[in-house]
Structures are given as structure tokens and as C-alpha cells.
Design a binder for this molecule. Structure first.
Ligand code: NAD
Length: 496
């Protein structure tokens, strides 16, 4: 299913045949390749190589570093269709979303190229005569990237393009569920390196490994920054371990994203936004819409329209024009069924959620997206189940809606559909949504790369991608220079 694609992308067959770890496609559950899982013991050697690469790369002028990323963007444009298809085959994303993910890589390349000429520091007024102060941003070192299965290429690109223009080296541990996309990214990056000519060896490396390999990266003191994307469970393990050695982490963890749907909302827009946000990527985005908090006066109409839209959604092979592809694996299907059973126990009325196409694909897990009307924000609603389940909660007054939005452990994405300016502004104010992302009349998913991406509370607090997220990939240095013939002390201290 992927041999021709991988060959065109430049991945040698030896990297994905005769290995010790089978790779399944969620499309039909079949084994499409087998990769070699590297033991945790191999990680140290890669970090040592990355350290050497870093020591050379940090001296290359930043705009020249940007040139490498410009070339990488060029390579990605040339191979967009093939890489997008590998994403579809390995992660189960529909063609449009697979291509969209590669486009996101291209976009962040463009952003990083511009950034390579804008790593600005401040100049600061000194209180002492004949002195000046400034702030410099220096490369940090080896950046460790750990990524999840559901954004198998974009998350790596968000981190790596910024880390490289900032003068760092990268070691990447992708999800063990999506090693082929990682091998493809590495092969494409090597094409860019060949065009660039004189970059140090081992500037960006990939480790095909499991959790143990990830932990080796997390524990190594030569890795000053670990950017880890995945479940809150993973973040709970990774965060304290990095902190214990005084490393830094960017944690991008689970979400439990809500829409407040106010009585004044444009319902046509809102229902379309619900559909894309709740059902897109089969509910397997960190920003997937999981809760609709809808005003009681429009609830029945909204539920009826969403159910009708759900009934028309085409489910099937993600490469064949369907809107909903498969869940990643059986465990994911089981977790969805468990959550639906629990929702029923907690008083929910479930619509949809059944397995689909089981006869055609006995080893793959397609599901009808589920809508569950809940009597309140019960325990199951407060958890992220990584599948297309949309809980519907009714509200009567706006303060109650805001409280429900915030009353979950996670804090990634949120939105409001309203035409009432006061509600919209209140939602985005200091006393409004407590999430990292708060949108008005746009769904919770599908962020652009220009903004800083990430969330609060159990989502981990990290920010990556646009705005000034680049600062996390550099170390800040405060410089004071005395160009006078005196040695005045700060705070007027006399020390004769
Ligand atoms: P996961 O937590 O099972 O795995 C993510 C990665 O962490 C994998 O590479 C895995 O090997 C590694 N890992 C797991 N435990 C580790 C440990 N103790 N030490 C080091 N590495 C470890 O997540 P998943 O099932 O691949 O992805 C789904 C989850 O990721 C969802 O919760 C989703 O919300 C979240 N996610 C968050 C974002 C975000 O930006 N906030 C983006 C994508 C996915």
C-alpha cells in the first residue's frame, strides 16, 4: 500500500522491511510494513551526534539557517501529495486532511524563514552612565521532540523548523503507531540538506522507538528542551522527569474542547462548525469539539440539525472521498464504547456511535459519530475520549455556560457562536474562557500556524508554532556593557 509512495519520498526499503515492529494501516488493519525499533540504549549515541551538530550549527548565521528551511519548504511542496497520502494510510486521515497537514508543514517553513531574520532582542536603558544593556537570544542545544499519532508530521515540523532556525539540533521520537511518516519526513529533510550543501551531519535525527526510547530522551541532561505532544498521562510522566534535571519542557497534551452556542447565533454557521470540529479526523484531534453548551431555547433545533448532518456523513476509506475515516485501532474503539456505556449510566441519551463496515473491514474500526445529550457535566464528560463523541449540555444563563466551559481539567480550545458583542467580548476577556484558544464564530479545531498553539491546566501549558513561541527554543542572555572610565555600581551602592 505504501511501498511506491515511500520509494518516491526517498525512504530506503531496508528501513521498513524485515523489522521487528509491524506497522498497521487503520484503513483495513493490515500490516503494511515492519520497522526496526531502536532500543533505548541507542538514543544516547544519537544525542551525542546531535550535540556535535549543534556546536557547529549555532555558529551559522540565522538567515543562512533559514535558507535550509526555505529549501525544506520547497521539497515539501514537491512531495505534498505523496506525503499526504502516507499520512492517510498510516494515521487514517481523509485525503483533504492529510494534504492539509502537509500544507501546515509548508506554512511553518515559510514562517520560520521569515523568523530567521527576526530573532530580535531588546535594548534596555541602563541606570548607570556610560553603560548600555541588551538582551540576546542564543541557541539552546539539542531539542527533543516526542509526537503523537494523530498529527504525525505537522507537530514535528512546528518544532523542528523553529528549533533549527534558532540554531539548535533536533532528535525526534515519533509515535510508534506512525513510524513511516517519520521516515518519510526524515528522507525529505535529507533532500533539503543535500541542496543546502554544508550543514553539519546529524542536525535532525529520528529515533524509531517506543516509550522507553522516549524516556531516554526525556532523562538525558544533554537535551535542554523536550517538546512532548500526546496524552495527559504521558505529560504527567514526562513533565516531572524533565523538571527533575532542570530541563525545560513544552507540553502539548489532551483537550476537552467546548462550544457555547448562544440563542443569537447564526445556526447555519454553528451547525457546520460543529460538524467539522466534532467529526473531522474521526474525533481524533486534540482540538476536536467534545462538548456543545447550547442555550435551552435552541437546543432541540440544534440537536435535530446536527443529528441530520451526522446521518449524511460518509464513512469509509479515507482516500475515497469520505468525510470520516477509521479510528486508529481497536483499543481506541473500545475506549469509545466504554465511554458511551458510562455516559448512559450517567443519564445520557446516545445517538450513533456504532461500529460501521465491520464485515468489509473485520480488522479496522470505523464508527458512526455519536451525539450524547447529557443531564449535566458528569464525570465522563470531564474526560477526553479520543473518538467522535459530542456531549450536549443545555444552559439557561450565560454565566452558567462560561462556568461549564471552564469546569473541566483540560484547557486547550474553546469557542462561542453568538452575534451578541457583549457575550463575544466577555468570552475572550480575562474572566471568560480559561483555554489557550478562544474563538468567536469559528469552531475549536483547525488552527492556523501564525498563532501560538497550546493550552492551560492538564493540557500542559506549552506553546508552539507561531507568535513568539520561538523564544522557548532559545536561551535568553542579559548583557551589560560599560563604555565609561568609571565603575559605578547599580542601585547607587558605594563600595570604596
Ligand atoms: P500518547 O500519549 O499515547 O503518545 C504520545 C507520544 O508519547 C508517543 O510518541 C509515545 O511513544 C510517547 N510516550 C508515551 N509515554 C511516554 C513516556 N513515559 N516517556 C516518553 N515518551 C512517552 O498519545 P497518542 O495516543 O499518540 O495521541 C493522542 C493524545 O495526544 C490525545 O490525548 C491528544 O489530545 C493529544 N494531542 C495533543 C496535542 C496538542 O497539541 N495539545 C496534539 C496532538 C495530540
Amino acid at each position: 500500500m505504501v511501498d511506491g509512495l515511500l520509494a518516491r519520498l526517498g525512504v530506503p526499503a531496508s528501513a521498513y522491511t524485515n523489522g521487528n515492529h509491524p506497522v498497521h494501516t487503520p484503513i483495513d488493519g493490515s500490516v503494511i510494513a515492519s520497522v526496526h525499533l531502536e532500543p533505548a540504549a541507542a538514543v544516547g549515541a544519537k544525542i551525542a551526534q546531535a550535540q556535535q551538530a549543534f556546536e557547529a550549527w549555532r555558529n551559522v548565521p540565522a538567515p543562512r539557517r533559514g535558507e535550509l528551511i526555505r529549501l525544506f519548504g520547497e521539497v515539501l511542496r514537491e512531495h505534498k501529495a505523496d506525503l499526504g497520502e502516507v499520512v492517510s494510510v498510516e494515521a487514517g486521515k481523509i485525503t483533504q486532511e492529510g494534504l492539509g497537514e502537509v500544507q501546515e508543514m509548508i506554512d511553518i517553513c515559510d514562517f520560520a524563514v521569515g523568523l530567521s531574520r527576526q530573532l530580535y532582542g531588546l535594548t534596555i536603558a541602563s541606570e548607570r552612565p556610560g553603560h548600555h544593556m541588551r538582551e540576546s537570544w542564543h541557541p539552546l542545544g539539542v531539542v527533543g521532540v516526542i509526537s503523537a499519532f494523530n498529527f504525525p508530521v505537522a507537530v514535528w515540523a512546528w518544532n523542528t523548523t523553529l528549533a533549527l532556525v534558532c540554531g539548535n539540533a533536533v532528535v525526534w521520537k515519533p509515535s510508534e503507531k506512525t513510524p513511516l511518516t517519520a521516515l518519510a519526513c526524515q528522507a525529505l529533510f535529507e533532500k533539503a540538506l543535500a541542496r543546502f550543501g554544508d550543514a553539519p551531519q546529524h542536525l535532525s535525527q529520528v529515533i524509531i522507538g517506543d516509550r522507553d526510547a522516549g524516556q531516554a530522551l526525556v532523562d538525558d541532561p544533554r537535551v535542554p528542551l523536550v517538546s512532548a505532544t500526546g496524552s495527559t498521562r504521558m505529560g504527567r510522566e514526562v513533565g516531572p522527569r524533565v523538571a527533575a534535571r532542570f530541563g525545560r519542557s513544552i507540553l502539548e497534551l489532551g483537550g476537552n474542547n467546548a462550544m457555547i452556542l448562544a440563542p443569537s447565533a447564526d445556526l447555519d454557521l454553528a451547525v457546520r462548525a460543529v460538524l467539522f470540529s466534532a467529526v473531522g479526523t474521526a474525533g481524533q484531534r486534540c482540538t476536536t469539539l467534545r462538548r456543545v453548551i447550547v442555550h435551552r431555547s435552541v437546543k432541540d433545533e440544534v440537536v435535530a440539525r446536527v443529528k441530520s448532518a451526522y446521518g449524511k456523513v460518509r464513512i469509509g476509506d479515507p482516500r475515497e472521498g469520505n468525510l470520516v475515516g477509521p479510528l486508529i485501532d481497536k483499543a481506541s474503539f473500545q475506549a469509545m464504547q466504554d465511554a458511551l456505556a458510562r455516559a448512559r449510566d450517567e443519564g445520557g441519551q446516545v445517538f450513533g456511535g456504532e461500529r460501521q463496515l465491520a464485515e468489509q473491514y473485520p480488522n479496522a474500526y470505523y464508527v458512526a459519530p455519536a451525539i450524547v445529550e447529557m443531564p449535566g457535566q458528569t464525570e465522563v464528560v470531564r474526560h477526553e475520549t479520543f473518538a467522535p463523541i459530542l456531549y450536549v449540555l443545555a444552559y439557561d444563563d450565560f454565566e452558567e455556560a462560561l462556568r461549564l466551559n471552564n469546569e473541566v481539567p483540560q484547557g486547550l480550545s474553546s469557542c462561542i457562536f453568538t452575534t451578541d458583542l457583549r457575550e463575544a467580548e466577555r468570552f475572550q476577556s480575562a474572566a471568560g474562557s480559561d483555554c489557550g484558544i478562544a474563538n468567536v464564530n469559528i469552531g475549536t479545531s483547525g488552527a492556523e500556524i501564525g498563532g501560538a498553539f497550546g493550552g492551560e491546566k492538564e493540557t500542559g501549558g506549552g506553546r508552539e508554532s507561531g507568535s513568539d513561541s520561538w523564544k522557548a527554543y532559545m536561551r535568553r542572555q542579559t548583557n551589560t556593557v560599560n563604555y565609561s572610565r568609571e565603575l559605578p555600581l547599580a542601585q547607587g551602592i558605594v563600595f570604596d
